[in-house]
Design a protein around this ligand. Sequence first.
Ligand SMILES: Cc1cc2nc3c(=O)[nH]c(=O)nc-3n(C[C@H](O)[C@H](O)[C@H](O)COP(=O)(O)OP(=O)(O)OC[C@H]3O[C@@H](n4cnc5c(N)ncnc54)[C@H](O)[C@@H]3O)c2cc1C
Length: 492
Amino acid sequence: MLVEARDTVGGCASTVTDLGARFNICNCDHNMIRALPIMDELDLTSHGLRYIETEISSIHLAHGETTAWPFFHDTERHLDALGQIHPAWVPQYRRYLNDALPVARLAIDMARTTPSTALMLRRVAGLRGRGARRLLAWSRSSAADVLRSYFDDWRIWMPAVSNGPTVWGVSPETPGTGLAAALYATKHLNRTGRPVGGSGALTDAIEASFRAAGGTVITSRMVEQLTTDSGGVRGVRLDDGSTITARAVVAACDPQRVFTDWLDDPTGEQAWPSSARDEIGDWRSQPVHDGYESKIDAVISSLPNYRHADQLREVVGEADLWSPTTVIHPTPEGLADAHRRRATGDVAPLPTMLLNIPSVADAAMQLSPDEHVLSLEVLFTPYTHDWSRSEEPSRWLELLDGLCQPDTLQVERWRAMTPDRYEREFQMHRGHTPAYAGSPLATLMGRPRPTTRHRSEVPGLYLGGAAAYPGAGVFGGAGRNAARAVMSDLNR
Ligand SMILES: Cc1cc2nc3c(=O)[nH]c(=O)nc-3n(C[C@H](O)[C@H](O)[C@H](O)COP(=O)(O)OP(=O)(O)OC[C@H]3O[C@@H](n4cnc5c(N)ncnc54)[C@H](O)[C@@H]3O)c2cc1C
């Protein structure tokens, strides 16, 4: 049985109807979920899921520059394009790939493996340790340090930082973020795609698969409490006062809220193991994180002509430059300034932005032959900013207009999804998107157990969702792992 607070399932991975259009809630490039066998295991193709892959998976551009560079899935095509734009980058990129591909292969392999120390070690040993030493070394370093050790031009490494530490909400100089350096290699191994009809086609297909397997879905109902007795969790209480009895409860939302809001005072539960009381205390004492992501959803009456388009077409030919996500990023100094401002609730003057027009490659999202759906994700937009009176969203549209030839961006209607709206409409506490933050070593050793092995110390409670391994983004791995933990325990 699935309980969902909204009137449809899918959360941030869903696609919603508004302003007469279909908008993805997240930017919604799916990558890692496509590296797992989930599509086959849940038979999602029979439940309607199809992916679109664009030839160029992303485009990268620094604020204030007009020279962009494309990312091709195929490494030779990619190196060829880099060679035409920045020949000096090619030997550096080759050296990078040589080191990063084994790391990325190992990380994907481990994400596919049911998390247990023995199984994961066997997987590493099976690869004869190739990449393992580097994976551990990178994961202790900072992303900026690892990337700077290969590339001498920040314009090539900043997009990896944008899709890694920046979307995770941390500075690339933070030790422990180094695995983000494997991001480009991962994208060569595993093709980015978008579901036909929008990101929500994925969660719709999962729902259909779940129902076909006998699952029941309850929507428009909040879980308010876990019901417990001395043996552990016995079910949930909903916001209408009703209760559901269950032998296992998987929380697939922010675990901090689960341990803070959903449990009575743990000191009263004397029969629970002391580890359960410690775990509850740990979650309650952790700092609460604020959201920092926003998104403009717009309907446009014609396709804009990007200033960088002519230069890029000289390299890639008549390719579709609107569908791939264009990552627009600041300089490293601008990024450091954005982090400083975020801490005081100020929006960055030149924020990291992710732009795409999904309806160009996906006719199912198009409104009419001319009208398209535009998506602009904007980072460094802190929760504590006063969004009710903010002029910021209009300014982001002006920044976007500046990336286009004059009068070619024709916005008909638009809306701004800001952290306060994610909190109100998606139950994301303070607008924050959880992500798994454990190191590979911690994951291998299974510490802490609830996020790395999906089993809480509170008997009967399991954790799925993006805060548990290997979550962050639209991944599915944490749900897959949690399901296996539940099945294994119930069978026992
Ligand atoms: C602007 C933005 C852009 C993004 N872009 C990308 C991207 O391009 N690629 C990518 O991979 N990821 C992206 N992400 C991240 C990705 O969307 C999330 O990591 C992912 O959707 C998390 O999935 P989840 O199921 O763990 O949590 P959620 O999507 O948050 O789902 C949790 C669900 O639980 C429900 N819920 C919460 N509390 C309760 C309760 N008490 N009772 C009942 N129901 C409850 C919520 O309503 C929600 O439906 C983006 C996120 C944002 C905000």
